[in-house]
Write a protein that binds this ligand. Structure first.
Ligand code: SF4
Length: 109
């Protein structure tokens, strides 16, 4: 499961340093492509190394926080749900509840 204390335990960088995503949010280390991709986002945080690319968060978020991004060569899945619109989150917690692999943390939940 995602570590809810990631902001204390990990180094911060920007998604633009690592992946070609049309958004600007923080990534919490360690990143070593293609195997290790870090935790993406802060208010809505997705552990890309846990995300299995199945997408119930992306399909069910009422305000469309997530978009797919391709992650070729990652051992768990080759697409990830990137929290590109995390500032729109209304804290409904649906994504946290339905993620099958417990990859999402919303506001330190
Ligand atoms: Fe979307 Fe709700 Fe998850 Fe926020 S908590 S990202 S609004 S599903």
């Amino acid at each position: 499961a995602i570590d809810p204390n990631f902001a204390e335990s990990r180094e911060r960088s920007s998604v633009s340093d690592w992946l070609d995503i049309d958004a600007d949010y923080d990534v919490w280390g360690e990143v070593d492509q293609p195997d290790r991709l870090g935790i993406h986002g802060t208010h809505v945080a997705v552990d890309f190394d846990i995300c299995d690319g199945s997408g119930p968060c992306l399909e069910n978020c009422p305000v469309d926080v997530f978009e797919w991004t391709e992650t070729p060569g990652h051992p768990t899945s080759e697409r990830k749900a990137a929290p590109v619109n995390e500032s729109q989150c209304i804290d409904c917690m649906l994504c946290v509840d339905i993620c099958p692999v417990d990859a999402i943390d919303v506001d330190g939940s």
